[in-house]
Design a protein around this ligand. Sequence first.
Ligand SMILES: [Zn+2]
Length: 254
Amino acid sequence: MDTEKLVTLLREGKRILVFTGAGISTGSGIPDFRGPEGVWKKRQPVYYHDFMRSEAARIEHWDYKLEGWPAFRDARPNATHHAVVRLERAGKLLALVTQNIDGLHGRAGTSNEKLIELHGTNTLVECQTCGKLSDPHPHFEFFQRTHHPPLCDCGGFLKPATISFGQNLRNEDLERAQQAAAQADLVLALGSTLSVYPAANIPLLAANRGASYVIINRGPTEHDDLPEVTLRLEGDVLEIFPPAADKALQSSGS
Ligand SMILES: [Zn+2]
């Protein structure tokens, strides 16, 4: 059985790198932006350089973020997020690299030292001038009331702390992810189509070095045909991964 192989790999893994995508958060009520009902079918994304140059673009971006805010605010972690926390508590998690901006890994209890949110997070707002981070709630209330994009005390533009189209990933995050990929003995890609780069390079870096590479996703991924893939499980991560992690942790006495 393929799930037995997953249990064995999880049991034997000592430095596990977990890489997650949108497919693990649909069970928490977070829409998949790139799916058939994705938001980009309805709206044009605001590019970073437009956000910085145009008041109309800032209004459009805040309006789009406001539309999604109730779903993000009310989302709760599911069994997949909690299973990754249990791997960490058992001392087996090297790092958790996520493409998700919903903040659910942190909310589930994954520690900041392990968590790398490559595409940023909706749970904070960031000043584009001084870098100060703050709670989104008052800024959304301000925007909803006034329809003016909020400003920092320093006068800088405030933006939800996600990586926008046309904006580079943070170097520090990429370097931490690459370091983890250089040390992992097992890499799991969960709920990602592995089609967004450079994020999707991270699991591949580990696999190229000889780490076992497991992909669990509903629907095809761009890495399915690569020889580096040790195990490919098709289906809902929520149904496959948490029970396998529990079984592996029980049987390893953790
Ligand atoms: Zn500022």
